[in-house]
Write a protein that binds this ligand. Structure first.
Ligand code: THU
Length: 142
């Protein structure tokens, strides 16, 4: 991502969103901030459930929120995750399901994924690097 101001904003919003994580079972708290093509930033956190399989990841919370608000094109996402109360955050890479959900709405070569611990400590990749040889909506076109 070339614009450092936008990257900083995404990281700050992902860190903030992480504060809202509902993770009483794993105590692993994740926040995400998704940059929509119109410039809007939509956040999400993980939302766990007593029936563990009903848990939703932070990235998918953000994507589903954005789509339900009318945004279907994204160009970047920042993700901040780590054990609650731990000294340092992890570089919390998105799980396989979240990679595929992002793939539905993004050009993999253009989509930037930022895993971050702070505004000065992050790793940036493309979705294509994280999900090579992917399957997407174009595969289903006549
Ligand atoms: N989690 C996410 O929010 N995003 C991911 O990409 C990986 C995992 C959440 C789900 C669960 O609440 C907790 O982290 C531990 O798996």
């Amino acid at each position: 991502m070339s614009d450092a101001r936008i990257r900083n904003k995404l990281i700050e919003m992902a860190l903030q969103a992480r504060e809202l994580a509902y993770a009483p079972y794993s105590e692993y708290c994740v926040g995400a901030a998704l940059l929509c093509d119109d410039g809007e930033i939509v956040t999400g956190c993980n939302v766990e459930n007593a029936s563990y399989g009903a848990t939703n990841c932070a990235e998918r919370t953000a994507v589903f929120k954005a789509v339900s608000m009318g945004n279907r094109a994204f160009s970047a996402i920042a993700i901040a995750g780590g054990k609650k109360g731990a000294q340092a955050l992890d570089y919390a890479y998105p799980c396989g399901v979240c990679r595929q959900v992002l793939r539905e709405f993004c050009d993999p070569k253009r989509m930037t994924v930022i895993v971050c611990r702070s505004v000065d400590d992050y790793i940036e990749m493309t979705l294509e690097e994280l999900l090579p040889c992917s399957f997407g909506p174009e595969n289903l076109e006549g």
